[in-house]
Design a protein. Structure first.
Length: 306
C-alpha cells in the first residue's frame, strides 16, 4: 500500500517508516522541512495546521492510508502549556489530515492516541480495556489534553468514507526514547518521586511501530486498540533500569512537592496517575504481540546493543 505519514521524523515516526518499508509499503512523509532526510520515504513539504497549504501539497498525489503521528514534544513536557501545540495537532491537525485523505483517495486513517486519555487519576489494579470510558474530562488542567485525545479518535471514527482506527499507545521507551532518558539521567535532569511514582503502561518504540503496521493491514474500522506491553511499571522502575543500562548512577529521588512546583504536568502524570492497560484486543485482532513483553526485556536489549 501507499502510506502517507504525518510525524515521520518523530520518536515513533522513524521506526514506523522502517517497519512499513520492510513490509513492502511505499511511504510519503509529510514534513515542514524540505531538507529533512527520512530513509525509504518521499518527502511531501507541508504544515498540517495550514489547511490550504496542505491540500496544495498533496494535490495530484494518491495513497491508500494516512497515519497521523504528529506531536510537538521535543522534550518531556513539564507544564500543561507545553502540550498546547500537540493538542492543536490532535484537534485541528486531524481535521486537516482527514481532508487531505479525502483529496488523495485514502480510505484508511490511523491516528495516534495515548493511554492517559483514560484519565489522569489512579485507576487501581484492574487493567483497563477499550470498553472502559475514554476521554472523560474531570474539570481540571488535564481536560484540554484528554479532550484533544478524544477529539482525534472521534474525528477518525466519524469521518465519512474513512476506515478510522485509533491506537492508544503506552508511554514510549526504547530507541530514541531510551537515548533521551539516558541523556537526562546523566545530566541529572530526570528525577523521580521518592516512592517511585505511579504505575504506567509502557511500549517499546519498535513494538509500537510493528503494532501500527499490523493495525493498518488488518485492524477493524471504527475501533481503538491499546498498544502496550504486558508489564506495567512505575516511573522509578523504568528510570532505574535505564540508569543501570546507561551506567549513569541511580536517578535522583526527590519529594513530590518539589516536582509539583517545578513541573506540574509531569507531577500529574508521574505521581497522580496510575494506569494498567490490557493489550488482549490488539493481540487477538491484529495477530501482534510485543517483542519486548516487559520493560526489563526492552532495556536489556538496549544494554546488549540489540
Amino acid at each position: 500500500m501507499k502510506v502517507v505519514i504525518a510525524g515521520a521524523t518523530g520518536a515513533i515516526g522513524r521506526p514506523l517508516v522502517a517497519a512499513l518499508h520492510a513490509s513492502g509499503h511505499e511511504v510519503l512523509a509529510v514534513s515542514r522541512d524540505s531538507a529533512v532526510n527520512i530513509p525509504n520515504a518521499r518527502i511531501v513539504v507541508a504544515d498540517v495546521l495550514d489547511r490550504d497549504g496542505l491540500l496544495r501539497a498533496v494535490q495530484g498525489l494518491s495513497a491508500d492510508v494516512v497515519i497521523h503521528q504528529l506531536t510537538a514534544l521535543r522534550k518531556t513536557p513539564a507544564r500543561y502549556r507545553d502540550l498546547d501545540l500537540t493538542n492543536r495537532l490532535r484537534v485541528t491537525g486531524t481535521a486537516h489530515l482527514l481532508q487531505a485523505a479525502d483529496a488523495i483517495g485514502a480510505r484508511r486513517f490511523l491516528t495516534q492516541s495515548m493511554v492517559p486519555g483514560y484519565g489522569y487519576t489512579d485507576h487501581g489494579s484492574r487493567p483497563l480495556t477499550e470498553r472502559d470510558p475514554f476521554g472523560l474530562q474531570r474539570g481540571d488542567k488535564t481536560d484540554p489534553i484528554v479532550a484533544a485525545l478524544d477529539s482525534t479518535e472521534q474525528q477518525v471514527f466519524d469521518a465519512d468514507g474513512i476506515d478510522g482506527i485509533a491506537l492508544r499507545y503506552g508511554a514510549f521507551y526504547g530507541l530514541s526514547g531510551s537515548q533521551s532518558f539516558i541523556r537526562a539521567l546523566r545530566a541529572r535532569t530526570l528525577p523521580v518521586p521518592r516512592d517511585g511514582g505511579g504505575t504506567m503502561a509502557w511500549i517499546h518504540l519498535a513494538d509500537a511501530a510493528a503494532a501500527t503496521v499490523a493495525a493498518m493491514e488488518s485492524g477493524s474500522a471504527g475501533r481503538a486498540y491499546n498498544i502496550v506491553d504486558d508489564t506495567p511499571a512505575t516511573w522509578g522502575e523504568m528510570f532505574t533500569a535505564h540508569a543501570r543500562a546507561g551506567r549513569t548512577g541511580p536517578p535522583r529521588r526527590i519529594p513530590k512537592w518539589v516536582i509539583r512546583m517545578a513541573a506540574p504536568y509531569l507531577a500529574t502524570l508521574m505521581i497522580d496517575t496510575s494506569v494498567r492497560v490490557s493489550n488482549a484486543k490488539a493481540k487477538a485482532d491484529l495477530g501482534w504481540k510485543p517483542r519486548y513483553p516487559s520493560f526489563r526485556d526492552g532495556v536489556q536489549a538496549l544494554r546488549d546493543g540489540i
